[in-house]
Design a protein around this ligand. Structure first.
Ligand code: BES
Ligand code: ZN
Ligand code: ZN
Length: 464
């Protein structure tokens, strides 16, 4: 349910189904009734103590508290939110508000029977005290949030209803009517292109593997494109190295990187950015069956390098190997891959940041800054050459996990493995496993987060 945003209203017009929010530094949050009007006094920091992280939370808290009162409509003054020490322009603040309103209002209800009174969403928001440039910025933020929320819905969809074939259909749907060309390879085409790494992971599934390509040429034809590569494992059972029961739930979301790429492309096209952007999503289901690839199998990847499979549950890096090889055909300016690659990334960072890997300090700084500004927080981990020793193969060129089966540095070895397939290119790897789902206290619905669509969009928008 997306919010209808109404500007230029008058407080006096508000009916009693509207919750008016007054934001300021108080001791506590409080909902009171004054002159037949419900008012939420929302506690904020004093101007000098506000920061961007707290600001994001404040907007989301406003939505969550309003939802808890079951108020279908919300009203507030834009001026209440102009914290000077954020050092942002009014438009920048407007864009954040627009994004966070819809981001916080989202819940995944596709599989729930609607209650008689309807689902508990904010339907309308009245914002007072805005000028046209701010209004446009708020609406832009709203457009961004809508794509983030669509990413969340794709990821939240149960595995049985989100196969590689369906994901490919969803990619086409996402950019319907937009100047994005979608090409989908089936297994035959992948065989012809020697994409054996992707094919191997998909062997165990009854579902056909797909290779999804999305092309948007909004910039000059001769300008090198930004290539986004997203892991599209529509269900990760672990394969023959079957996951324990406790780790299986949630593995329908192992296509979160792919979903983020799909809706980043849609957003870039909707906003008519004058950039060339390519999205690549290898989509497979990692299942255990008589046809599955096995521990000990040696797979010849599209690059020609052979991969010794030591663990069939480290499948993301295997499919991404071919996708990274394929990305080079675009002569890319930069390649960024996005993947729920390792539980180890969450062990390292907790659930509050995406793990970032790149050899390029400048690229790293840019991504870190964009992450901080958009709320898709990232933290860089090392990928020194020495780590390569532990993925040298016994019978193949590379092993897909640490060759001593050590659990140490799991996220780093994932990145080091990927790097072997994209050497010589400007490249960054985002391990979004830590940010796959929301945490308690974030003022966000349970389930998928749509990380890092906001970051990718801003990265592309400000790219020069
Ligand atoms: N999809 C998982 C990683 C994951 C775990 C994402 C939890 C989100 C939440 C990935 O394919 C995987 O299974 N990785 C293994 C790697 C190991 C076998 C080296 C892991 O993290 O345990
Ligand atoms: Zn796995
Ligand atoms: Zn996986």
């Amino acid at each position: 349910m997306s919010i209808k945003i109404i500007f230029k209203g008058n407080i006096k017009q508000l009916k009693d189904d509207v919750l008016f929010v007054s934001i300021g530094p108080k001791n506590k949050d409080e909902i009171v009734k004054e002159n037949a009007m419900k008012i939420l006094y929302l506690k904020s920091e004093e101007d000098g103590k506000m920061n961007l992280r707290k600001f994001y939370m404040l907007i989301r808290k406003m939505v969550m508290m309003a939802k808890s009162t079951k108020a279908p409509k919300l009203a507030f003054n834009f001026e209440d939110l102009l914290f000077k020490n954020l050092k942002l322009t009014d438009q920048e603040i407007g864009e954040i508000i627009g994004t966070q309103l819809d981001f916080a209002n989202y819940e995944f209800t596709d599989y729930k029977t609607p209650p008689e009174e309807g689902f508990n969403f904010i339907q309308e928001v009245f914002i007072f005290g805005t000028k046209e440039d701010v209004e446009n910025a708020i609406l832009k933020g709203d457009t961004i949030a809508k794509e983030v929320n669509k990413t969340r819905s794709l990821a939240n969809t149960p595995g049985g209803d989100m196969t590689p074939t369906i994901l490919a259909e969803k990619a086409k749907e996402a950019v319907k009517g937009l100047p994005v060309k979608v090409t989908v390879f089936g297994e035959k085409e992948m065989e012809n292109k020697n994409m054996n790494a992707i094919l191997s992971v998909g062997y165990g599934s009854d579902e056909e593997s797909k290779f999804i390509i999305m092309e948007y040429f909004g910039g000059p034809r001769n300008e090198k494109p930004i290539v986004l590569v997203g892991k599209g494992v529509t269900f990760d059972s672990g394969g023959i190295n079957l996951k324990p029961s406790s780790s299986l739930l949630g593995m329908n979301m192992d296509m979160s990187g792919g979903a983020a790429v799909i809706h980043s492309l849609a957003l870039v096209a909707k906003m008519k950015l004058k950039k060339n952007v390519i999205g690549i999503i290898p989509a497979v289901e990692n299942m255990a069956s008589g046809k599955s690839y096995r521990p000990g199998d040696v797979v010849r990847s599209m690059s020609g390098k052979t991969i010794e499979i030591l663990n069939t549950d480290a499948e993301g890096r295997v499919i991404l190997a071919d996708a990274l090889t394929y990305s080079q055909k675009y002569n890319p300016k930069v390649v960024i891959d996005i993947a729920t690659l390792t539980g180890a990334a969450a062990v390292a960072l907790g659930e509050r940041a995406t793990a970032l890997f790149t050899e390029d300090d400048e690229l790293s700084k840019k991504i870190e800054k964009t992450g901080e500004n958009t709320g898709d927080y990232v933290w860089r981990l090392p990928m020194w050459e020495e780590y390569e020793n532990e993925i040298k193969g016994n019978f193949g060129d590379l092993t897909n996990i640490h060759n001593k089966d050590s659990r140490y540095g799991g996220a780093i070895y994932g990145a080091i493995f990927l790097h072997q397939f994209i050497k010589g290119y400007k490249w960054a790897h985002l391990d979004i496993a830590p940010r796959m789902t929301s945490m308690a206290g974030e003022n966000l619905a349970q389930g998928a987060l749509g990380t890092p669509v906001r970051l990718l969009y801003k990265f592309i928008e400000v790219d020069n």
